[in-house]
Design a protein around this ligand. Structure first.
Ligand code: 13P
Length: 247
């Protein structure tokens, strides 16, 4: 069985001093984790993180990358630049990017493609809004979002990570129930299986108010292979406790 993956998403939080204190506290409490651990941090802190996590079990992640290879794209960061800093994972299509930066399914698919071509594992985020859930459209929405990425990436699809993050559960303290999460994960798993004979190796993470109290129950579901953790990844004891429950 594959090891679970717990990824922290710091979002736009941190400072040189706070990052150092947080990562040092994590390293002190981590020893040899039973799961894979990654931190997705603001790009400007990747250099700092690279030094802090060198030789440890913590892998590096970014929160976004350009869909372009290089050139006149002011403000963007390329896959090659991320690789140079030792980045293994990159979030793609987080709901905050879809919502505030108008990222479309097609752009998200192009970014996933660019990450894979650059040797970075895209963590492709999908999830429905509250209005979509209440309209009974959850499956339709997540399948459409994932289908765009599958279509653009063909047989490479077994190299991605998927994160199911119901938008209504992000930063709200409202977690999807274990049944709600498992149900959507099973739908995504079936869609991946239809696309690739190697779909078993794909991690499907749950994200949305995952915390020290609810992580174990969510992670015990058959199709939940890990977590994408926002707020609780900024507190070392909470993040360590989530990591400890991922076995
Ligand atoms: P919270 O854990 O703060 O709800 O954020 C989830 C998330 O968006 C992780 O990418």
């Amino acid at each position: 069985m594959k090891k679970k993956l717990i990824a922290g998403n710091w979002k736009m939080n941190g400072s040189l001093a706070a990052n150092e204190a947080l990562v040092k506290a994590l390293l002190a409490g981590l020893a040899t984790p039973a799961c894979q651990v990654a931190l997705c941090v603001p790009s400007i802190y990747l250099g700092q993180l690279q030094t802090l996590v060198a030789g440890s079990a913590i892998e590096m992640g970014a929160q976004d990358l350009s869909a372009h290879e290089a050139g006149a794209f002011t403000g963007e960061t390329s896959a090659a630049m991320l690789r140079e800093f030792g980045v293994r994972y990159c979030l793609v299509g987080h709901s905050e990017r879809r919502q505030y930066h108008f990222e479309t399914d097609a752009l998200v698919a192009a970014k996933a493609q660019r990450a894979l071509a650059g040797g970075i594992t895209p963590i492709v985020c999908v999830g429905e809004t509250l209005a979509e859930r209440e309209a009974g459209k959850t499956e339709e929405v997540v399948k459409r979002q994932l289908a765009a990425v599958i279509h653009a990436n063909g047989h490479c699809i077994s190299e991605i990570v998927v994160a199911y993050e119901p938008v209504w559960a992000i930063g709200t303290g409202k977690t999807a129930s274990t049944e709600q999460a498992q149900q959507v994960h099973a739908v995504l798993r079936a869609q991946l299986h239809a696309a690739s004979e190697h779909a078993d190796r794909i991690h499907i993470l749950y994200g949305g108010s995952m915390n020290a109290a609810n992580a174990a129950q969510l992670l015990a579901q058959p199709d939940i292979d890990g977590g994408l953790v926002g707020g609780a990844s900024l507190k070392a004891p909470d993040f360590l406790s989530i990591i400890a429950s991922a076995r």
